[in-house]
Design a protein around this ligand. Structure first.
Ligand code: SF4
Length: 354
């Protein structure tokens, strides 16, 4: 059914049943007053303590840079954008965690940490090397889990077996970059893989009962709003456990910077992004954990948009828009379920005892 007609039907239903679609009290209480299933809340529920991620950068590269898949990398990529401050080449996992946890202890008084292998492709190497690095992180005092960011074409079975073995004893998220479900966009950004590789990686990861978080970028000029909003249904069907959303932003020293400065495309304004993020959340199953809703990097590396530097401002605007609509994550799933148009799917487990 076209989206407009479906909304008409939903509105007709709401006219008949009034308060049936108010923000459900059980979700309000489960989500701590937020209108979406936030990762912070899940961490608090799981560990009964403040838990912070600490970025770690190792000497990984990326098959999209070293020629195995392509050279040049994704057009938006500059790994300096998520390299921890104070990092210098040659630092061990332990040295980086000492530095990172100390800074977080001072600022946030957190005592528990998730070691976040974030820069480049963190499963691109021999299994013996990966195991040594992941275990070094897990052995660090206060580290209660791992987050491993990688590409869907870099998780062969032996790597997934290693990660699944670790996940039996620790709290672990495998973060798979998809960025867009549309191959035309993945080609536009020189991503070097398609949707097919993502579907395969998710299927093999879920078969090993891994928690999978998916990275997505909203706002590529190659996609219409309707195309972007096809993604939640795919994630719901795949039983993805977590999602990271961010707006398309342009970072210095990237191919995307050159394309953007040539005037070839425009970026979303803040209001348009906020509306789209809320539209996306409404269609996403409530069981999916929201790890991030906006993207930002260091101010000195940001070309545009200016508004994305103010992360708190964007988050507040998303919260306000959810309130204004009296909406919440999964509201559209619930409407479809109530009306018998489509069954709401049960997705993943959100808080597993570490
Ligand atoms: S896959 Fe990741 S690390 Fe590799 S080029 Fe793309 S964004 Fe950069």
């Amino acid at each position: 059914m076209p989206l407009r007609n479906r909304h008409h039907s939903v509105n007709h239903f709401l006219d008949l049943f009034g308060d049936a679609m108010k923000f459900p009290l059980h979700l309000e209480s489960k989500w701590g007053g937020k209108r979406y299933n936030s990762f912070n809340r899940v961490l608090k529920g799981t560990f009964a303590a403040r838990v912070h991620k600490v970025g770690v950068r190792m000497d990984f590269t990326c098959p999209n840079r070293d020629g195995r898949v392509a050279t040049g990398g994704c057009t938006y990529c500059n790994n300096a954008g998520h390299t921890p401050r104070g990092f210098h080449p040659g630092m061990s996992v332990k040295e980086q965690l000492e530095q990172g946890t100390e800074a977080i202890r001072r600022r946030h008084r957190a005592e528990k940490f998730i070691a976040y292998f974030q820069s480049y492709t963190n499963s691109y190497g021999p299994v013996s090397k990966l195991e040594r690095l992941y275990r070094e992180a897990l052995d660090f005092p206060g580290v209660v889990g791992l987050a491993i960011a990688t590409r869907p074409d870099c998780v062969p079975d032996d790597v997934l077996d290693l990660v699944a073995g670790l996940a039996r004893h620790t709290y672990l998220w495998l973060e798979l970059g998809l960025e867009s479900m549309h191959d035309k966009t993945l080609q536009w950004v020189n991503r070097g893989h398609g949707l097919r590789e993502f579907l395969d990686a998710v299927e093999r990861s879920k078969a090993r009962r891994l928690r999978v978080c998916t990275h997505l970028i909203l706002g590529f000029p190659t996609e219409s709003r309707e195309e972007i909003l096809q993604t939640p249904a795919l994630l719901n069907r795949m039983k993805i456990d977590g999602v990271k959303l961010h707006n398309l932003h342009v970072i210095k020293n990237t191919v995307l910077e050159q394309i953007y400065l040539s005037g070839a495309f425009e970026l979303f304004g803040r209001e348009a992004y906020v509306a789209l993020a809320v539209d996306f959340l409404e269609r996403l199953a409530p069981e999916i954990v929201i790890h991030r809703l906006t993207g930002e990097t260091y101010r000195e590396l940001t070309v545009a948009p200016d508004w994305s530097i103010n992360k708190i401002g964007v988050l507040n605007a998303i919260h306000e828009e959810l309130e204004r609509r009296d909406s919440w994550q999964g509201k559209a799933c619930a409407e479809r379920s109530v009306m018998g148009l489509e069954r709401t799917v049960q997705v993943g487990t959100e808080a597993v005892t570490p």
